[in-house]
Design a protein around this ligand. Structure first.
Ligand code: XBP
Ligand code: MG
Length: 255
């Protein structure tokens, strides 16, 4: 029986990585670093989950000697705090909307008594900056669990953040569905034993999604239907009936 839906944030709830990239570049300019992450470079850097880890990874690429200096960790923390401030300011000025079907499914699921959770690699302040405008200041009350990048040691593709969400939900993996946008995210959710629906973004279209329950352009809306009907139905947007049917199929296949 399906008891909970667990959502990734960046790329899944909203297509936020262009805003993250702009925040990183605004930070590098502010602190006087001659780094600039282009779309194509950033798409590759997204293989490294976590903004702090991404900064350190890139630093090792461009200046491995300096990247091993004694102050590097403190400098990365300082840069990342500035980046988070830029990201919050960009979202405050009008960030990307929630992706098609996300708000509708959150509301349908919550009304139907399913538990909702977030399992993300991003910084907690970023979740509020994205969801408060979209869901209101009391957005947190919609979710039984919010597990973010600062609460776990090993980021995606490690399963840690999903295992933490399962523990907080008090639900077993086979009673859940996860929603992700990236290969790392899919791997993390699958490693935690959770059947996963993938909705890639332009940054992750080329990723490998083997083992996904479904890979869809987005979750769809009556006003913004998918290009074709969902497999086995005439519906052109994902609703609870479709999720329950897919979850039943995954459960039978695993039996
Ligand atoms: C995506 C990430 C994050 C963001 C940047 O998280 O990997 O690192 O790219 O945010 P998810 P931070 O897809 O798991 O939501 O700079 O705060 O890490
Ligand atoms: Mg993501």
């Amino acid at each position: 029986m399906l008891k909970a839906l667990i959502f990734d944030v960046d790329g899944t709830l909203a297509d936020t990585e262009s805003t993250h990239r702009a925040a990183f570049n605004a930070t590098f300019a502010e602190v006087g670093m001659d780094w600039h992450w282009s779309e194509s470079l950033y798409a590759g850097l997204l293989d490294v989950a976590g903004g702090k880890e991404r900064i350190l990874y890139y630093w090792n690429l461009v200046d491995p000697l300096e990247a091993r200096g004694p102050q590097v960790r403190a400098t990365v923390e300082r840069i990342h705090a500035i980046k988070t401030r830029h990201y919050e300011a960009l979202l405050g000025a009008g960030g990307p909307p929630l992706r098609p079907g996300v708000l509708r499914l959150l509301r349908e699921a919550h009304a139907d008594g399913l538990a909702l959770a977030i399992a993300t690699t991003t910084t907690p302040a970023n979740i509020d900056a994205l969801l408060a405008p979209a869901l209101g200041p009391r957005w947190r009350s919609l979710f039984a669990s919010v597990c973010d990048g600062e609460r776990i040691a090993n980021k995606k593709p490690a399963p840690d953040v999903y295992l933490a969400a399962l523990r907080e939900l008090g639900v077993e993996a086979h009673h859940c569905l996860a929603f992700e946008d990236s290969e790392n995210g899919l791997r993390a959710a699958r490693a935690a034993g959770i059947a996963t629906v993938v909705t890639p973004t332009a940054y992750t279209l080329g990723h490998q999604f083997g083992g996904a329950l479904r890979v869809l352009a987005h979750l769809g809306e009556p006003a913004l239907p998918l290009a074709g009907p969902l497999a086995g139905s005439q519906r052109r947007w994902v609703d609870l009936a479709a999720l329950r049917a897919w979850h039943r199929g995954a459960t039978l296949a695993a039996a």
